[in-house]
Design a protein around this ligand. Structure first.
Ligand code: CMP
Length: 142
């Protein structure tokens, strides 16, 4: 049961070998992993994923960073998944992120901020379909 959110462990956190620590925090916070994979986005993939930000001044930096190395994409399930996940990841800017949050612990800057979390149920649905086929999602949890 529950609702879903889509996360990406971003290239910096993967490069610095924080995958295990971050997944541990996610599971301890009560989320179930319904799908997970390691992928390297092309610049075109990142532009499509972040299309809503294409007019923002940081778009180029964001696309370059997100296509700079492998990421971990995962679908997470929990009651109130989108909001509860945003609480455990913390603010976009790591200098504003609360103690104990994933970004406080692992983010380097606003753009290299360790982890992504969907901002709404609609985004979670779109972002899940971006990375995963129906066959890759655990239907029994959905
Ligand atoms: P996320 O919330 O996953 O999705 C949008 C991303 O844009 C955000 O993470 C940041 O990585 C990035 N971002 C947002 N604001 C800025 C900014 N001012 N400078 C650089 N990157 C930003």
């Amino acid at each position: 049961a529950g609702t879903k959110t889509l996360t990406m462990i971003k290239p910096g956190a993967v490069k610095h070998r924080h995958i295990g620590a971050i997944i541990d925090m996610i599971e301890k916070a009560g989320f179930r992993i319904a799908a997970i994979k390691s992928v390297k986005l092309t610049a075109e993939d990142a532009m499509e994923f972040y299309a809503e930000h294409k007019e923002r001044p940081f778009f180029g930096e964001l696309v370059d960073f997100m296509s700079s190395g492998p990421i971990i994409a995962a679908i997470l399930l929990k009651e109130n998944a989108v909001a509860d996940f945003r609480k455990i990841i913390g603010s976009t800017d790591p200098s504003e992120a609360a103690d104990g949050t994933i970004r406080k612990m692992f983010a380097i800057s606003k753009s290299m901020n360790a982890i992504h979390g969907s901002d709404s149920d609609e985004s979670a649905e779109r972002e899940s379909t971006f990375f995963f086929s129906k066959k890759e999602m655990l239907e029994k949890y959905l």
